[in-house]
Design a protein around this ligand. Structure first.
Ligand code: NDP
Length: 282
């Protein structure tokens, strides 16, 4: 029964989604992607560009954004703009959404992906850092989502939230990060119910990712974890397909879904494996 259940779940998550995904649906789509100067966000910008979307990208580093925009245009984006902004700065949040609404004439997709920098280390009691990270990784998401909602509603659009397995299953050495991702899962899970109850046009996709081979992640976990990393470009494509097909959730790579089950079904085994995936020698 378990195997059958997992097979059905796996199929519904992946194959069926790929089958119904029509790349044409993204031609001319109006997309805002945050945290898109590097890593998964940059790869998403390139995929959207290849699909012929109109995109706005944002992060703090202007020079990098400019290069990403140039590449997007060369890959086939119908339009591409950038706006430099710091997501820890409250006034930047509305400014970015307003910029995208004005440049693109509305939004079909808001892809919230950025994260603030955090250490991979034992919790050291730095509450100020946890508050700061919450501001960037969580509060900015809910403010931008709220600001974009009327336009998404008008366009039968989608909110895409890039989360992590850490938000479903706490991992050690990243307590503040885990908190921000858990908060995202909780908030947008609740908002999804509310939108459905209001018969809203807007879909919400929450994306659960395992370890992805971005430069930032690889440099942070080097020598600290024993687990495989998956390609950023593939993660990015899976996120885009999940949003375009209005799926409520993505699990990438697929076995992250199994972990979310084993944590409840066989918790002590899961704890054992998780703790042994980290190199820590007191
Ligand atoms: P990166 O560190 O590669 O990219 C982060 C992006 O956010 C950059 O564009 C960065 O640009 C931007 N950013 C950082 N700080 C700020 C800020 N204060 N204001 C505005 N923008 C900011 O991250 P990844 O690509 O690795 O991760 C992307 C998403 O995927 C995140 O939500 C992450 O939690 C999730 N994820 C990643 C995993 C992984 O292993 N890589 C695993 C699970 C989930 P700049 O510095 O120029 O501002």
């Amino acid at each position: 029964i378990c195997v059958a259940f997992l097979a059905i779940r796996w199929t519904s998550n992946f194959d069926a989604v790929y089958l119904i995904f029509a790349t044409e649906s993204l031609r001319g789509a109006k997309v805002l992607v945050t945290g898109s100067s590097k890593g998964i966000g940059e790869q998403m910008a390139y995929h959207y560009a290849r699909f012929g979307a109109k995109i706005v990208i944002t992060a703090r580093s202007k020079d990098t954004l400019q290069k990403v925009v140039e590449k997007c245009l060369s890959l086939g984006a119908q339009e591409a703009f950038y706006i430099a902004a710091d997501m820890s700065n409250e006034s930047d949040l509305d400014r970015v959404v307003d910029f995208a609404l004005k440049k693109l004439g509305g939004l079909d997709y808001l892809v919230l992906n950025h994260i603030g920098s955090t250490r991979v280390a034992m919790w050291d009691g730095d509450v100020e850092h946890a508050k700061w990270l919450m501001k960037i990784n969580f509060f900015s998401y809910i403010q931008m989502a709220w600001k974009a909602l009327p336009s998404l509603e008008k366009n039968k659009g989608s909110l895409v939230i890039v989360s992590s397995l850490a938000g479903k299953m706490p991992s050690p050495l990243t307590a503040p990060y885990v908190s921000t991702k858990s908060a995202l899962n909780g908030f947008f899970g609740s908002l999804r119910h509310e939108l459905a109850m209001k018969k809203s046009n807007v879909s919400i996709s929450v994306c659960t990712l395992g370890l992805i081979d971005t430069e930032t992640a690889m440099s942070k976990v080097k020598g600290k974890v024993n687990m495989p990393a998956y390609p950023a470009t593939e993660a990015a494509l899976n996120i885009i397909i999940t949003g375009a097909t209005r799926q409520p959730e993505l699990f990438y790579p697929w076995f992250t879904y199994i972990w979310t089950l084993t944590k409840d079904w066989i918790p002590s085994f899961t704890d054992y494996v998780v703790q042994r995936s980290y190199n820590y020698n007191p």
